[in-house]
Design a protein around this ligand. Structure first.
Ligand code: FAD
Length: 461
């Protein structure tokens, strides 16, 4: 990058908020996605919206690519600067702007860590439900840009259900304010909804107003083990068919249970095919009733063992099994690739069977866990990036997994987004006309294609 342009950025944010030596840039050349890497030319950390506007205006003038970056925990190579350019970091923009008790909203800067928002509002007896497993490290700006889900999605929905308003710096450096604190607002197109999940390709989000709800008073947790995938999957569908909507309804397959037990030694049974984890919250009588009914349904479908946590400590121990699934699996081989195929709930058993067949066909180890209540599975391949022949097999296996998900009425991603990694497959889900519409929207927001270029769309589609 030319010295003159580097100096422009230093003038805007100060020397201490600019990184441009190769050693500094390396840390921003990758994210949580295996096998994708590219160096940015510069990393800048603005301190407020006005500075973001100035940075974007410079990029617009010189046609410099912009990659907004939260914590870089996305799993779709969404923050890999594959065309170089400027990484905008939000580590200096991580404060609460306003907490509004009367309207039950909180307005925050995009670099705030999601778990910090949850803890802050819980002290006020309020609840921000979206809880990606990465919530202790990921930022709210990243969550919004990926429309992240989490363990509480079945009952409470995902990030988009809580975003009421945004301040966005557009690709020409102008400001756009969408939505607000209103309970009702149908003035024109819903630009807030369009920007949620836009993966940094439409603008830079600098302020976020979130909806809060009352904190549930009680919660209970239980687990059930099964000797067949079908029994576990039927339990999931029967629970929902019985009009019970638990907060959490998570699935772990045999390989995942074995890895977790080996890692944490929490006393899980490893001689089973599947485990379900249930959690319910709300009024005590209702919570007890729902947990009891879910346990009875599991038993009626052939659960070999069920356990209701007797207190919060035991509940935390059971929930650990699901929380550490990815960490436990990633200890087994040098490279872990976590995927995100989603199918209708009724197809979970068939999808897991197909994943296992595909793993066998390509001689790979693929463990599966995920949000069973949402039909959102995370087939996780344990591999080694240094083995190029094995990586080819991994690529083919995941292509077949995406095809299988779509053939069962599902999608190629339930919560991790498209980024660079899944761009070649987007058309499989949305069709040629879907791609054309989306490209049209992108062109209106970002005519010079400087906002996170090379993400969501690829040359082939
Ligand atoms: C261990 C682990 C567990 C995970 N669990 C879950 C889970 O349960 N559910 C789930 O949905 N995901 C999960 N993820 C994926 C990831 O954590 C989420 O996608 C998260 O929202 C990314 O947040 P981030 O701050 O790291 O964003 P980044 O990875 O830095 O960025 C994500 C995207 O947002 C864009 N972006 C970031 N900030 C802005 C901004 N201010 N303006 C415009 N665009 C912006 C980036 O350009 C990029 O496209 C997990 C990841 C890991 C590693």
């Amino acid at each position: 990058m030319e010295k003159e342009i580097i100096q422009f950025f230093i003038d805007v944010v100060g020397k201490e908020n600019v990184k441009h030596s190769t050693a500094q840039l390396l840390a921003y050349s990758y994210d949580a996605t295996a096998n994708f890497q590219a160096l940015p030319e510069i990393v800048v950390s603005p301190r407020n919206t006005e500075e973001v506007c100035q940075i974007v205006k410079i990029c617009n003038e010189y046609k410099i690519p912009i990659v907004p970056r939260g914590s870089g925990s996305n799993l779709a190579a969404g923050t890999v600067p594959n065309q170089g350019g400027v990484v905008i970091l939000f580590n200096n923009m991580n404060q609460i702007i306003e907490f509004d008790r009367e309207n039950l909203t909180i307005t925050v800067q995009p670099g705030m860590i999601t778990a910090d928002i949850c803890h802050f509002v819980e002290k006020e007896n309020l609840f921000y439900p979206p809880d990606p497993s990465s919530m202790k490290i990921s930022t709210i700006g990243g969550n919004i840009s990926e429309n992240s889900g989490g363990l509480r999605g079945l009952k409470y929905g995902v990030t988009k259900d809580y975003v009421k308003g945004l301040t966005v710096v557009l690709a020409n450096g102008e400001l756009l304010k969408t939505g607000g604190k209103l309970a009702k607002d149908v003035a024109g197109y819903d630009l807030t909804a369009l920007l949620v999940g836009s993966e940094g390709t439409l603008g830079v989000i600098t302020e976020i107003t979130l909806k809060l709800i009352p904190l549930p008073k009680n919660k209970m947790t239980s687990i059930a083990y099964f000797h067949s995938l079908e029994a576990a999957a039927e339990t999931v569908s029967t629970i929902i068919a019985n009009k019970i909507i638990p907060v959490t309804l998570e699935f772990l397959d045999k390989k995942t249970i074995e890895a977790v037990e080996q890692f944490m030694k929490i006393g899980l049974s490893t001689d089973v095919e599947a485990m379900l984890l249930f959690e319910q919250d709300g009024e005590l009588a209702q919570v007890k009733n729902d947990i009891h009914e879910m346990t009875q349904i599991a038993i009626s479908k052939g659960a070999t063992f069920t356990q209701i946590a007797k207190d919060e400590t035991e509940a935390e121990r059971l929930k650990t099994a699901r929380r550490v699934a990815l960490s436990a699996l990633s200890r087994l081989r040098p490279t872990t690739i976590l995927e995100d195929a989603t199918v209708p709930r009724s197809e979970i058993a068939e999808m897991v069977r197909r994943i296992n067949q595909i793993a066998k066909k390509y001689d790979l180890t693929i463990a599966t866990f995920g949000h069973a209540g949402d039909g959102n599975l995370h087939p996780t391949c344990l591999t080694d990036i240094r083995n190029s022949e094995e990586m080819k097999r991994v690529e083919h296996a995941f292509e077949e997994i995406f095809e299988a998900a779509i053939s069962l009425g599902g999608t190629i991603t339930g919560e991790h987004g498209i980024g660079e990694m899944k761009a070649p497959y987007l058309e499989w889900k949305v069709g040629a006309s879907g791609i054309e519409m989306m490209k049209g929207i992108k062109a209106v927001f970002d005519p010079k294609n400087i906002m996170n270029p090379g993400k969501v769309f690829c040359k082939g589609n």
